[in-house]
Design a protein around this ligand. Structure first.
Ligand SMILES: *Cc1c(COP(=O)(O)O)cnc(C)c1O
Length: 483
């Protein structure tokens, strides 16, 4: 497909600039002026519309097809949350609007949403207070770890290590390292959860805390949580809950009730706001009483006359972690989603997430090796080990699925399972959609036995088939348009 720059025709226009109401020539100092014209493509409106519509058709999206990506909840994005997020009362407001009089910021409505969202998330998770600032899950993790470090510093604790099981999401050890800690990794036992004996042997007074994804990336809930949190608390460590998989336990189990001190919620996973190319996200962080003093500023409070204010007076706070209120419109969508579903709806969410994952697990295990054959939560992990006997790898199966109109599942992760194929259908898919996916997986398995060589040329339906990944990484050419 042609690039939009290649469609450019000298003098073609798709817009009219509004008339200038300032004298540009007089007001821009000469050293700030361009030496030559900027190289924008010159195209008509229709050229632009067709260009981007055709590009979007080359893209894959959850709005078009099934998206069984493990570890990231890629569920349907409800349209009503979009219409709420487009309400002018929210979109036209500026975070720096002044106060009407002392204590009455003109952003009352937006502040109320943030305040109420804090209360709702506390109710859902049994935490005592949330910050809405973090812009994604990983950013939430860093915010949480910075608060943990501030807690230990304030108590004069000498802490060096964060414990992370090998079944955790990759962002967990990465975050702990960025926050200045060394990582102690704990292996999974035969049942797919953290080996508690190994944890015992590696625990010491220098452990600052444990980061646990629960249910973990094997889709398994650790039923020893209470025991584990007692062990960590006994050395004055803190329990961090990675809440990315919260859709599996919504309305049934609250991290704060089972010993966690700090957690993040991925609003863009559990609470339906859209993922797009890695963003925008929102990763509010909740803490219990131990960590409240360290929460970021500003904090939204409700004053005695029922108005909302921003409070900055927290001397032990770790400070700002994002500008203004975080990704406000994502928080707003999640707020609308939670209110719309209500308590019963949230419980049904986790019911369906777990039911769907178990349905796929039971159907697929007939042909694919199941890493942990037990009831799963929101996702399960298979291995292509049987297909490998015929020379067909997880990546080949993923490429095959593209031609069948399915987004490939996550492959080669978690690292604990060889040739991993990690599948999360989410709560929003129908039985029919899942059955079609199973048919496609079974076809891949048939082909692996009948004609494994055919996989090498797949996918055939995409603009690019199999790029040379090594070459693309080594000869990255990001300066295509630079002169
Ligand atoms: C997605 C995910 C993260 C990271 O969240 P982002 O919002 O992508 O930064 C962390 N942990 C788990 C288990 C995840 O699935």
């Amino acid at each position: 497909m042609e690039l939009i720059f290649e469609k450019s025709v000298e003098g073609r226009r798709g817009f009219l600039n509004p008339c200038l109401d300032v004298d540009v020539k007089a007001s821009i100092p000469s050293h700030l002026k361009r030496a030559k014209d900027c190289q924008f493509p010159q195209v008509s409106e229709l050229d632009v519309v067709r260009h981007f519509t055709n590009l979007s058709k080359m893209n894959y999206s959850v709005d078009a097809n099934f998206y069984p990506l493990g570890s990231c909840t890629m569920k349907y994005n409800p349209r009503f949350t979009e219409s709420i997020a487009c309400m002018k009362g929210f979109t036209d407001v500026h975070p720096l609007l002044p106060q009407l009089k002392k204590g009455e910021l003109l952003t009352q409505g937006s502040l109320e949403v943030l305040y109420e969202m804090d209360r709702l998330l506390c109710e859902i998770t049994a935490m005592d207070s949330f910050t809405m600032q973090p812009l994604a899950g990983a950013h939430g993790e860093l915010t949480g770890l910075m608060m943990m470090a501030a807690y230990h510093k304030a108590k004069g604790n000498n802490k060096k290590y964060i414990i992370v099981p090998d079944s955790s999401h990759g962002t967990n050890p990465a975050t702990a390292a960025i926050a200045g800690y060394e990582i102690i990794s704990i292996n999974s036992d035969k049942t797919g959860v953290m080996d508690i004996e190994e944890l015992k042997s590696k625990l010491s007074d220098e452990v600052a805390g444990l980061m646990l994804t629960c249910p973990n990336t094997h889709g398994i809930f650790n039923s020893d949580i209470k025991k584990i949190s007692e062990m960590i608390h006994a050395v004055d460590g803190l329990m961090y809950y990675d809440g990315a998989n919260l859709n599996a336990v919504l309305g049934r189990c609250r991290p704060g009730d089972i010993g966690f001190d700090v957690m993040h919620v991925n609003l863009h996973k559990t609470f339906a706001t859209p993922h797009g190319g890695g963003g925008p996200g929102s990763g509010p962080v909740g803490v219990n009483k131990k960590l409240i003093p360290f929460l970021p500023i500003s904090r939204v409070i409700k004053n005695s006359s029922g108005k909302y204010e921003l409070d900055y007076d927290y001397p032990e706070s770790i400070g700002y972690v994002a500008s203004f209120y975080g990704n406000f419109s994502i928080i707003l969508r999640a707020y609308a989603y939670i209110l719309y579903l209500g308590k019963q709806g949230l419980i049904e969410t986790s019911n369906n997430a777990v039911l769907n994952a178990n349905y796929l697990k039971e159907r697929l295990k007939e042909r694919f090796e199941l890493a942990y054959d037990r009831i799963c939560m929101h996702e399960s992990v298979f291995s292509a080990s049987r297909q490998v006997e015929n020379g067909v790898h997880a990546t080949d199966i993923a490429k095959f699925l593209i031609d069948k109109g399915c987004h490939p599942p996550t492959i080669y992760f978690p690292l604990t399972v060889k040739e991993a194929i990690m599948i999360e259908p989410t709560e929003t898919e129908s039985k029919k959609a899942m059955d079609e996916f199973v048919d496609a997986m079974f076809e891949a398995d048939d082909l692996s036995r009948k004609n494994p060589k055919e996989f090498a040329d797949l996918p055939k339906t995409t603009p690019v088939s199999r790029p040379d990944e090594v070459k693309a990484a080594r000869e990255l050419n990001a300066n295509y348009f630079a002169e």
